[in-house]
Design a protein around this ligand. Structure first.
Ligand SMILES: [Zn+2]
Ligand SMILES: [Zn+2]
Length: 193
């Protein structure tokens, strides 16, 4: 399967999944509590997918959040998101220009961060309104250690970054062909933390 068709498949599956989830669905089991560094913003959200296994080396993640060369997002249920300090939150829409693009475009993804201290909080996209993707670094709840990792967007990693790739890990030059939910299903870790 080419990377393009793999990506198209992932997108359509995600959309089907979204439609199903917009029906009354079960509430995720695990509550994640998060905060920014200055403490003006705190939040909680529920999730069944709490293993911080997916490392993104793209330039957006490492510039805005990942000083070590990558960032990790979790996947949670937007309907369960509770925010304190909403007035301090700012939103960044990343400018994206891949090598094959003639022009840059502005991402629809909303990268929420604290406007006072700069802590990255979560990513939200109107295309998938039921999903919100907290940065693992903003979460105060103790997260479990993943049994394997997935390294994505390696095409865009900084030259000085040396990914630590384990025997069981998966690597992708761009997007993965496995969703966060599917990784948790494959490892029988849905709703476990
Ligand atoms: Zn703050
Ligand atoms: Zn990224």
């Amino acid at each position: 399967m080419t990377q393009k068709s793999a990506r198209a498949k992932t997108t359509s599956e995600t959309k089907l999944h979204s439609k199903r989830k917009s029906q009354p669905a079960h509430e995720p089991k695990i509550q994640l509590d998060g905060s920014c560094q200055c403490g003006r913003v705190t939040f909680s959200v529920k999730s069944d997918y709490v293993y911080p296994y997916q490392l993104c080396y793209c330039s957006i993640c490492r510039k805005t959040q990942g000083g070590g060369g990558y960032a990790i997002n979790l996947s949670a249920d937007t309907r369960t998101l509770n925010i304190s300090g909403q007035e301090f939150i700012k939103i960044h829409h990343a400018r994206v220009k891949n090598p094959e693009d003639a022009h840059a475009h502005i991402s629809s993804g909303e990268r929420h961060f604290c406007g006072e201290c700069g802590t990255s909080l979560w990513v939200y996209d109107d295309e998938y309104p039921e999903l919100c993707h907290p940065f693992s670094s903003a979460i105060d709840t103790a997260l479990p250690v993943p049994p394997s990792k997935t390294h994505i967007m390696l095409e865009f990693k900084a030259p000085w970054v040396e990914p630590q790739i384990g025997d069981q890990d998966l690597t992708f030059t761009r997007y993965p062909d496995e969703s966060i939910a599917d990784w948790h299903k494959r490892h029988d870790l849905v709703g476990r933390g």
